[in-house]
Design a protein around this ligand. Sequence first.
Ligand code: MG
Length: 303
Amino acid sequence: MGKILIVDDSRLIAHVAKTMLTKRGHEIIVAQDGKAGLEAAKSEKPDIILLDVIMPIMDGYEVCEHLKEDDSTKEIPIIMVTSQAEAADKVKGLELGALDYVTKPFDEAELIARVNIHLRLRELYEAVQEQNRQLQKMANRDGLTGLYNHRYFHEQLSQDFLRAKRYNENLSCVLFDIDFFKKFNDTYGHQTGDIVLKALASVVQRATRESDLSARYGGEEFALILYHTDGPAAYEMAERLRTMVESHEVQDNGNVLRVTISLGVATFPHERIHDSKELVDFADQALYKAKDNGRNRVEVFDD
Ligand SMILES: [Mg+2]
């Protein structure tokens, strides 16, 4: 089943095609000339267009060219409708981007078969496009936690930093990791470790705003980009996350597991921060300070 636009100046031809295709359950729109055909293609978004070649004012070739030039219509498959005598026209239509042609008077079985095959090809094409979008999305994500991955974090941050610099906006980076995670893994095993990492990711998502970016930075390391966020606000956010993690209980096979995190915060603008790498480096230094000062705490880069 598809939505089919028939563009033909002959009411009779359009009627015959419409009757044949309606019987098969397709939805039909008819346009009587090239201009109306172009408008209907844009507004109705048909799955396929049956396009007559010989029409007054704007012929099928010209319509075909306009359809292919417009981003909103260029992907719609076009089947040219030619008469037996117009052998050269078939080639010309195909050269202009039509996918196929049918000759009139219509052979019903052939018309149906050609329309169906192009509808099927279009479905397959759309499925592939959708799959590509999914793959693209997955390529930016960490498989375990669903947060963005290290590579995407750096790509994004370097762009965000340039924008913050140009428009003189606040931009904060938070790096944090789980305290004594190696010991935790040694005690409970890596599978339990993974459960804790996933649970932590969901706490992170609750603690951050939708506009913030959260990433898994490495094994048990995570990173946040906080937009339009100055130092005190970033500290506050980090502290809120720290307390949420501290009080969060992970249930696993009758065990109640708790972890704590140490966090380092750095904020642009700062006289010593000139690029995104320095922003991350200084957040990392602050994280080390949090570790040195006893863990389960937030430190802010500021010297
Ligand atoms: Mg005609």
